[in-house]
Design a protein around this ligand. Structure first.
Ligand SMILES: [Zn+2]
Length: 118
């Protein structure tokens, strides 16, 4: 899908690198919005308060995950920019991630999506 947008290789790599942290952030923000809603019904007020507490904690956990994965992605990008990344793509020189598929471990480029068996 990213190939259709005509983005350059580094932009595509950054979008794929930060996709998970951004998902965590969006989930956290959506749960925060949910907790702000007040329920008028007095009979279900206790249930909604419990749900609000659960949503608030989940939101907090997702935010912590966003910070951790965001910092890790930034660390990986910094290493790649400095040329200290151990494995780079054999096609474009982009950052690769290790994955496990049907035929065992392989590396996939975050920039051009080229795969290479390990
Ligand atoms: Zn590549």
């Amino acid at each position: 899908m990213l190939d259709l947008l005509g983005l350059n290789i580094e932009t595509k790599m950054l979008i794929r690198l930060y996709a998970l942290p951004i998902l965590f952030l969006l989930g956290s923000l959506m749960l925060m919005v949910f907790t702000e809603e007040r329920q008028e019904n007095r009979l279900l007020a206790g249930v909604f308060e419990l749900l609000n507490n659960v949503a608030l904690w989940l939101s907090l956990i997702l935010f912590v995950l966003f910070v951790i994965t965001g910092l890790y992605a930034s660390f990986l990008y910094w290493r790649w920019r400095d040329g200290k990344f151990q494995e780079i793509c054999h096609v474009c020189g982009g950052m690769v991630v290790e994955k496990y598929g049907r035929f065992g471990a392989y590396s996939k480029c975050l920039a051009c999506s080229a795969t290479h068996s390990i």
